[in-house]
Ligand binder design. Structure first.
Ligand SMILES: C[S@@+](CC[C@H](N)C(=O)[O-])C[C@H]1O[C@@H](n2cnc3c(N)ncnc32)[C@H](O)[C@@H]1O
Length: 263
């Protein structure tokens, strides 16, 4: 039987990794690295560095899996993503079949935590459903949302209140009903700077962070109407400087905390 470990490696700082993840890294014979695009070469390098630093107790090898291109012009978003995941699953299934021997352990390093906005678990489900004889386990990691809150030194939730995690694409369609704290990921365009009418920015506070947890970390906090332009500029400069950016932000409506609630 082949074994796969899906290991959450945190959002970028080599110290933001759990002891369980380090143990898992040390059990891997073959690291599978999905090479997404040219501009993420830095992220591929970071994964290699983590392995060099922690996977020191046994010989291992790397197998790079080129990511199939995604059709960003397709009209149906869900359909296009579904098709892309199927092609990615086929590429990953083929790589596991060809490169991992029976009795060996393969590893996928998932940025942050593998269960949050990451397709690897859905893909492995497809690979096993297609008949591959393998078992897999998941090692959790620190998410970028947790790292963002830590860097800003804020609790994620208001007392006794929920937190909603969503994408820039969803936020662009309107403010999530009933939420007053919203964490936004995967926002390629900076939706915070041009919020839909129903959101308004009169009473909205933003806690923004890019490359959170790393040496390049950038943080901005303030009322959206005061700091949105600064974030747009900071974001554009950083993207131009590094060739890529990963940023996350928390939006919170202003109101007096309900002291009667529980944590
Ligand atoms: C594909 S999702 C992966 C999320 C990841 N699984 C997690 O647990 O954070 C990528 C998004 O995560 C966020 N992200 C990941 N690492 C980040 C970091 N170091 N700083 C800020 N945002 C980050 C960004 O919103 C980015 O668009």
């Amino acid at each position: 039987m082949k074994k796969i470990l899906v290991i959450g490696i945190g959002p970028g700082h080599p110290d933001q990794i759990t002891v369980q993840a380090i143990r898992a890294l040390r059990a891997v014979d073959v690291f599978f690295v999905i090479d997404k695009r040219k501009e993420t070469a830095d992220l591929v390098r970071l994964r290699h560095e983590l392995c060099e630093r922690y996977a020191t107790t046994r010989p291992h090898r790397f197998v790079t899996i080129p990511d199939p291109p995604r059709d960003r012009t397709a009209a149906g978003y869900e359909e296009a993503v579904g098709d892309w995941h199927r092609r990615r699953a086929a590429a990953i299934g083929d790589a596991i079949a060809a490169e991992l021997r029976d009795g060996e352990t393969g590893g996928f390093l998932a940025w942050g935590d593998p269960t949050l906005y990451d397709s690897i678990l859905r893909i492995l489900e497809q690979v096993t459903a297609a008949g591959a004889a393998l078992e897999y386990d998941v090692v959790p990691g620190v998410t970028s949302v947790q790292a963002l809150a830590a860097s800003h030194r804020i609790p994620l939730n208001r007392i006794g209140e929920p937190v909603l995690i969503t994408t820039g694409r969803k936020l662009a369609a309107g403010w999530p009903e009933g939420a007053d704290t919203v964490a936004v990921m995967l926002d390629g365009t900076g939706v915070f700077a041009d919020l839909p009418d129903d959101v308004g920015d009169d009473d909205l506070e933003i806690y923004w962070g890019a490359y959170v947890g790393t040496d390049d970390e950038l943080l901005v906090h303030g009322p959206v109407r005061d700091v949105a332009d600064e974030i747009v500029r900071t974001r554009a400069d950083a993207r131009a400087r590094n060739g890529w950016i990963m940023d996350t932000y928390l939006l919170r409506r202003h109101r007096t905390e309900d002291a009667a609630g529980s944590e």
